[in-house]
Design a protein around this ligand. Structure first.
Ligand code: ADP
Ligand code: MG
Length: 892
């Protein structure tokens, strides 16, 4: 028996394609409809004379009566109660009756690719194991299911290892060659069965295919038992005969909320070590399965039952070894039937997961539902019992929540994950298959208190509805001819018959691997007749020989003719082929030429591409360089700008410093000047005082003299004609009316004293003056105006004004303000003399300065005191006009 390390305990149908596996659980009402969980009740026989608390009223009703010794009776809460079920099986009901009513529809579903869950619920000793397993002679639900499955698919079974579990709760299809290799490997690895030959109830001849090797050894005991076993003979009809079927079983035990694999091949002495719990996982279709549990392919009912018994043996050994109670564990036996369509020839299975259909039936023998305190356990046992009840409690809670959700249209979370057993069955309750429950009842009065709980739970469960899995037609609708398998069988039969008619025996269909073709027979005839010349029968012998030879000659001629015909046909074929070949050669040459051209073009294009790429690369490089340069320059620019800014700042700072220093210098100079002026003034004052003294003395003398002689007061005013001025001469000082500064001032009669040192104007009639007045000159109309008979006035000096034979004199007049703000007129005079080079030179020899002063304005001289009379001031003004000879030369 082959074991693969995978066990699936949840519904799983292969996805996609025509048959879509519902990955998500369908909610009630979303699919074809809903079915309530079907609950039946089975009463076990009670020994004669024992008191009963449960009586069957009719096919669906039981009456539970509290016995006098029950707790409830003592507490006074007890009352007679009726409970209704789908069916109530009396203690006389046979295993077959129960199977036909409860399990057979599930087997039909299974073979049609649907899932089913059947569990037995009840207290310990109520007949759960009896119902599920039964005895050797009278099997329970499990062996009967196996029988019916194999009875139904016996002619449509795939050969071993064609379907192979993929360890992810699904299956792969192997090729016939791979499957054969696996079969050989299995035969080599299986230990010899020993003396006792294994008996096969059903010869495995599915589609002419042989079943393959057997599984583990069977003890003589069991073998005898198997021989006395009465198998279930019924079957399910209406399967798709063009599908190939395979059956896989797994068997797990859930104990203390741990999942153990019962089909793992372990020696009993290693049992303790090897007990390793398995994880529950979710596959791609959201189905929960036991990851890593063994899934065994079984080809016959006995193989399946072997597996079942092996699991039970292991369970027993494990519980003995570990000193635990097997009635406190749940066992889950799962049968998976995989089917997939045959290929168009009806030979092999199509390797298309989308076309594969997997149905699954889980048969569960639950732990005893009695409460912990009933069994007087302690220590470990107590924990186990607690856990068992706990997982059954979770089952109860799940059922209650489901019922509540369905009644109130609520969406409360169902706590499937709180225990392994409910987690494993989650998909069923979510609508992945049909759920049925057999409630086993021991009607003994002693069990009343526990029986009431069982009844209540059963009643509750019946109210839960589960979505009905959608009916899916098994015809895959892939367009394959129906009846492929049959056609293939007929062909094989024909071949076999042909082989027995004198053909070499290799055509014998051994395991269906015969050659398929039926070739014509080329033979000169039957064997030669006897040629023994027995006296008297020579003629007959010869005649017979002649007939034989004639037939042979005729046959030879026919064959020769046939040969000729075939030769001709062959020749024609050859010629045709030759022609075709030459045409093909030609075509080939053309194609090669064009291909060469193409490859040349390709090469050229590739070269161009390469050069373009190179150019592109270099451009890229250059671009990068330029970018770098630019970045560097930008950096540099930034630095420079920073420097410039710094410099400007520095300049500004220096400027500021200089300004401050200039200001300081100015102030210093101003104070310096002030002190000097003050000093000078002091000096002048002293001098003036001295002069005043002298003048007074002089006046005194004059006065004294006047007292002696009469002196004419002043000489008469000189003639207007200019003449060399003397110290006594006075001039009327009239300021220009156009001078705004002077126009508003009172115009006292002023006289200016001229120095006798200078001749006022030496001009003669022969002289021609060049009167140069750059800018605006105030006309002062004083007596100091030089007499220039002939003159030319210019504001801007031109060379030709000087360089001519006429001009002999030059005067430059300019005005500015003196330190007191008065007008000061300078007249610089010179002779224009011819030079050796033919040019002219001006030799300055005289300069006159005319100062105007306003006696009304406050002047520093006022500080002399109010006692200074007008005459004195006039005198002083006169001394202000003086001329200087200047030796400056200006070359024109
Ligand atoms: P459970 O598995 O619920 O603990 P069992 O199936 O082991 O109970 O049954 C206990 C005993 O009662 C077994 O010896 C079994 O043969 C017997 N028994 C239970 N149900 C029936 C039945 N319907 N007919 C005959 N014997 C039964
Ligand atoms: Mg049991």
């Amino acid at each position: 028996m082959r074991i693969s390390k995978l066990c699936s305990v949840t519904p799983s149908r292969t996805k996609a394609g025509v048959r879509k596996t519902p990955g998500r659980p369908a909610r009630p009402g979303q699919s074809d409809g809903v079915d309530p969980v079907e609950v039946v009740c089975r009463l076990r026989p009670v020994p004669e004379g024992e008191e009963r608390c449960v009586e069957q009223l009719d096919d669906t009703t039981v009456l539970v009566t509290p016995p006098a010794n029950s707790q409830a009776f003592r507490y006074g809460t007890a009352k007679e109660q009726q409970y209704k079920f789908g069916t109530v099986f009396p203690d006389t009901a046979t295993q077959k009756q129960l199977f036909d009513a409860v399990a057979k529809p599930l087997v039909r579903d299974l073979l049609n690719g649907k899932n089913g869950l059947l569990f037995a619920y009840g207290i310990t000793g109520s007949g759960k194991t009896h119902t599920m397993m039964g005895s050797q002679q009278d099997g329970g639900i499990m062996p009967r299911c196996i029988d019916v499955i194999f009875n139904s698919i016996v002619n449509y079974q795939a050969r071993r290892f064609v379907f192979k579990p993929d360890r992810l709760n699904s299956f792969d299809v192997q090729t016939e060659a791979d499957a054969m290799l696996d079969r050989q490997r299995e035969i080599l690895n299986t230990p010899k069965p020993g003396k006792t030959p294994r008996k096969r109830r059903v010869p495995p001849t599915p589609g002419g295919a042989g079943g393959g090797g057997g599984s583990g050894s069977v003890t003589p005991d069991e073998s005898d038992a198997a021989s006395t076993r009465v198998p279930e003979v019924s079957q399910v009809s209406g399967l798709d005969e063009d599908n190939a079927f395979a059956v896989f079983v797994s068997y797990v035990e859930i104990y203390n909320n741990y999942v153990y694999d019962l089909l793992e091949e372990v020696a009993p002495e290693n049992m303790k070590k090897s007990l390793q719990s398995r994880m529950l996982r979710e596959d791609n279709n959201k189905n929960i399965y036991v990851h890593g549990a063994s899934e065994v392919e079984v080809s016959t009912p006995s193989e399946a039952l072997d597996a079942l018994r092996r699991g039970q043996r292991r369970r027993k050994v494990a519980h003995t070894t570990l000193n635990t109670e097997s009635s406190r564990s749940h066992s889950v036996f799962t049968i998976r039937v995989v089917q997939a369509p045959l290929d168009p020839r009806g030979e092999e299975v199509l390797d298309d997961k989308a076309l594969m259909v997997v149905g699954q039936l889980s048969l569960v023998d639950l732990a005893g539902s009695e409460r912990t305190n009933r069994t007087k356990n302690n220590g470990d046992r107590l924990r186990e019992a607690g856990n068992i009840n706990n997982s059954l409690m979770v089952l109860r809670t799940c059922i209650e929540t489901l019922r509540e959700n369905q009644l109130n249209d609520a969406n409360k979370m169902v706590p499937y994950r709180d225990s392994r057993i409910t987690h494993l069955f989650k998909n069923y309750f979510d609508g992945e298959g049909k759920v049925k429950m057999v409630v086993c009842v021991n009607p003994r009065a002693e069990e009343y208190d526990e029986t009431i709980h069982v009844m209540k739970f059963a009643e509750l469960t019946q109210e839960v509805v589960v979505a009905r899995p959608a009916d899916r037609p098994l015809d895959m609708g892939i367009g394959l001819t129906p009846g492929r398998r049959k056609a293939n069988q007929i062909l094989r039969e024909a071949q076999r018959r042909l082989g027995s008619d004198g053909r070499p025996s290799e055509a014998e269909p051994s395991g269906g691997e015969a050659a398929a073709e039926l070739a014509p027979v080329f033979c000169l005839g039957p064997v030669w007749p006897s040629m023994a010349m027995t006296p008297g029968e020579e003629e007959e012998t010869v005649r017979c020989l002649v007939r034989f030879l004639e037939r042979r000659v005729q046959l030879r001629a026919t064959l020769l003719h046939e040969l000729q015909r075939q030769q001709d046909a062959f020749r024609q074929l050859l010629v045709k082929t030759e022609m075709e070949m030459s045409a093909l050669r030609q075509e080939n040459a053309q194609l090669r030429a064009s291909s060469d051209g193409s490859s040349r073009r390709t090469a050229a294009l590739e070269a161009r591409l390469a050069s373009a790429e190179a150019a592109n690369d270099s451009l890229n490089r250059r671009f990068r360089e330029l970018n770098e340069n630019q970045a560097a320059l930008v950096n540099e620019l930034g630095e420079k700008e920073m420097l410039l800014n710094q410099e400007a700042l520095e300049r500004e700072r220096v400027k500021q410093r200089m300004k401050t220093r200039m200001q300081q210098e100015k102030e210093r100079l101003a104070s310096d000047m002030k002190s000097r002026i003050k000093m000078n003034r002091e000096m002048l004052k002293t001098e003036m005082r001295a002069k005043d003294e002298k003048l007074r003395a002089l006046r005194d003398i004059i006065n004294n003299e006047e007292a002696g002689f009469a002196v004419p007061s002043a000489p008469p005013t000189p003639a207007p004609r200019p003449r060399p001025s003397t110290a006594n001469e006075t001039a009327t000082f009239r300021p220009s009316r156009s001078d705004p500064r002077l126009s508003g001032t009172p115009q006292p009669k002023r006289t200016v004293a001229a120095t006798t040192r200078h001749r006022r104007s030496k001009s003669t009639d022969a002289e021609v003056w060049l009167d140069h007045r750059p800018g605006h000159v105030l006309e002062l109309a004083t007596i100091f105006q030089p007499k220039m008979k002939k003159r030319k006035s210019v504001t801007k000096l031109d060379a030709k004004d000087v360089i001519n034979d006429k001009t002999s004199k030059y005067v430059l007049t300019h005005q500015d303000q003196d330190s007191q703000g008065e007008v000061e007129t300078h007249m610089v005079k010179g002779d224009v003399l011819p030079t050796v080079g033919g040019g002219r030179a001006v030799v300055f020899n005289d300069m006159e300065t005319l100062r105007l002063s306003n006696p009304g304005a406050k002047r520093p001289s006022d500080e002399l005191g109010p006692g200074l009379d007008y005459e004195l001031a006039r005198e002083r003004c006169a001394t202000g006009i003086e001329g200087h000879a200047a030796g400056k030369r200006r070359k024109t």
